[in-house]
Design a protein. Structure first.
Length: 207
């Protein structure tokens, strides 16, 4: 998982509430177990028309938002099913940070596990950030995770809170597997000791 420290990027405004995971990545694209290749289908029903052509009215089909790394929405982002493919699709598109007044719990947790920083800010602040984003590519937002602030184009800093452990894991680029591998030496020692005492039990080998 890539580390998240300071991100200065284009932000895309998507002023909608209750964007569920089926809108983020429709169920018909859930056949894969790979985390890559889903970005082209992110927000598929909103990005494309029935004939497969792009919907020019959708923000991520417009410049400069085609290269947005920050997404700003309204309440209850990621509601619906618990599919982890939703943050996979966002990440594969290029989104590293999502800002909203509230998130569905499982989606919120899955974002952290996949290197996406979900930031909770009041509704009126999200509206202000959307107005900043509408100024275009020169009006970038900066997400400073070490300092826990969103820096607006005019230099105004908006503080946010984040769980200390989740912050640490993002800064170090550690997902669940990465956390486990930090204890590789202890796990290997335990398995070697157990193999001698209980040789009939299959041994776990960390590669």
């Amino acid at each position: 998982m890539d580390k998240f420290t300071v991100l200065s990027a284009v932000a895309a405004p998507l002023p909608e509430e209750n964007i569920d995971t089926d809108k983020i990545i429709p169920a018909r694209f859930l056949k894969t177990t790979k985390r890559t290749g889903l970005g082209v289908h992110a927000f598929d029903s909103m990005r494309y028309r029935a004939d497969g052509s792009e919907n020019p009215d959708f923000v991520l089909n417009q410049e400069p938002y085609r290269k947005a790394e920050i997404l700003i929405t309204y309440d209850n982002l990621g509601c619906g099913s618990s599919r982890e493919h939703a943050p996979w699709a966002l990440l594969d598109f290029g989104i590293r940070c999502v800002i909203a007044p509230s998130f569905a719990d499982i989606f919120h947790n899955n974002c952290f596990k996949n290197g996406i920083l979900p930031i909770v800010l009041p509704h009126d602040v999200c509206t202000q950030l959307m107005e900043d984003a509408r100024m275009g590519g020169n009006a970038r937002l900066t997400i400073d995770l070490p300092r826990q602030v969103v820096v607006r184009p005019d230099g105004t800093e908006v503080p946010f809170t984040v769980d200390p452990l989740r912050k640490k894991l993002l800064l170090e680029g550690l997902d669940d597997i990465g956390q486990t591998l930090q204890h590789e030496k202890e796990i290997t020692t335990f398995e070697e000791r157990r193999a001698k005492a209980q040789p009939w039990i299959p041994r776990i080998v960390l590669d």
